[in-house]
Design a binder for this molecule. Structure first.
Ligand code: PLP
Length: 380
């Protein structure tokens, strides 16, 4: 059953939101492209923000409570013991990835990513003058798998860093403990730094467990994460980097002060509240996300025959292979033009995204049904 508080959404109210999700397209387009949810915020988050406004508290952010709050959350949710002094405040995960690439790789160096993958991974690697090395995930009947042989070949060929997306966007794949141990062993052997983007980790759904990378490969590992994806506060601009070892803590120390000042105080306060007091809301959210991932499977089977969708093991992104529907080189364009539904463009995620779209399912089952109906109408 869907969680009640998450089902009561009104599109007229949602369209009043001022974020990019609701502003990019005209009002007759239903937005399901960006990784943002439609639900109301968790009560601890709204309270923290209201109290900040009441205190007239709009100065630069202090990082003072961030390490402790994150460490508490990591221990409760992932059984991960984090030393708060190894936690570094950032404005967002991607600026952390960029800073790490600059610090641990040189011009032209190879950086491994598992395509299809979150489009800014390509942009940041290229913008820094590094080389994208693709090791595609393999699609199997029931889910996705890491190509360990391909990974070793990429490391052996000289890649210096691995930008791991764990859990993985857009497939929702949750890497197994065995995979991560193998990654750590290869990283050790070939002296590769693993930059593990774990922004979707709190959204790991029933049936899988997230293993924080630095718990298996601390020496050359850094985890980048935030409360923003799970608690839907991306616009508040707050994230953390967690060093796996003293060596990596020294690397994090080299991130310029300006990166810390880029975090916003409202984001820090909201993230601390989410990490400290958000468990009950998050548990209910996970029930809702479990419901919508199943519901979307039924909708795809009934309304988009021929499309292939493997429900995510974490998160609320539906990665759908619609190549059998013959919608041309970029199906997202067809869904937008004909169905007035905006979904993610497959090729933005790299060549394996050909014939695919990414659908944001973090909404009510009614809105999800409308998304599917609009897709089906475009494909008819
Ligand atoms: C895997 C992944 N990393 C990073 C981000 C963006 O995070 P931030 O806004 O903190 O840079 C997203 C957003 O969807 C994401 O899916």
């Amino acid at each position: 059953l869907a969680a009640a508080g998450f089902e009561d959404l009104d599109l007229t109210v949602l369209h009043q939101r001022r974020s990019e999700k609701w502003r990019r397209y005209p009002a007759d387009v239903l937005p399901a492209w960006v990784a943002e949810m439609d639900f109301d915020l968790a009560e601890p988050v709204t309270t923290a923000l209201r109290e900040a406004v009441d205190r007239q508290d709009c100065g630069y952010a202090s990082a003072a409570g961030v390490g402790e709050a994150f460490a508490g959350f990591a221990a409760r949710r992932h059984g991960w013991q984090v030393d708060p002094s190894r936690v570094r405040l950032l404005s967002d995960v991607m600026s952390g990835a960029d800073a790490m690439l600059r610090l641990v790789t040189g011009p032209g160096d190879g950086v491994v990513i598992n395509t299809p993958v979150y489009p800014p991974f390509f942009e940041h690697i290229r913008a820094r003058g590094r080389t994208v090395v693709q090791v595609p995930l393999r699609r199997e009947t029931q889910g996705w798998a890491l190509d360990r042989t391909g990974l070793e070949a990429a490391f052996a060929a000289g890649a210096r860093a691995y930008l791991l997306c764990s859990p993985h966007n857009p497939t929702g794949h949750v890497f197994t403990a065995a995979d991560l141990v193998q990654i750590a062993s290869l990283a050790r052997k070939y002296q590769v730094t693993v930059i593990s983007d774990e922004i979707h980790a709190p959204l790991t759904l029933a049936g899988r467990e997230h293993v924080p990378y630095v718990t298996v490969g601390p020496e050359h590992g850094v985890t980048l994460t935030s409360a923003t994806k799970a608690f839907n506060i991306a616009g508040l601009k707050t994230a953390v980097a967690v060093a796996g070892s003293a060596t990596m803590a020294t690397v994090l120390e080299a991130i310029p002060e300006s990166a810390l000042w880029a975090a916003g105080l409202f984001g820090v306060l909201a993230s601390e509240a989410a990490w400290r007091d958000g468990d009950a809301w998050l548990d209910e959210l996970l029930v809702q996300l479990d419901t919508v991932r199943g519901e979307f499977g039924r909708l795809v089977a009934a309304r988009l025959p021929g499309a292939v969708y493997l429900p995510p093991r974490a998160g609320y992104l539906g990665w759908v292979d619609v190549s059998a529907l013959d919608l041309g080189p970029e199906p997202a364009e067809v869904f937008l033009a004909r169905g007035k539904v905006a979904v993610g463009r497959g090729l933005d995620f790299g060549p394996p995204g050909d014939g695919h779209v990414r659908v944001t399912m973090g909404t009510s089952t009614a809105i999800l049904a409308e998304i599917a109906a609009r897709m089906a109408a475009s494909a008819a």
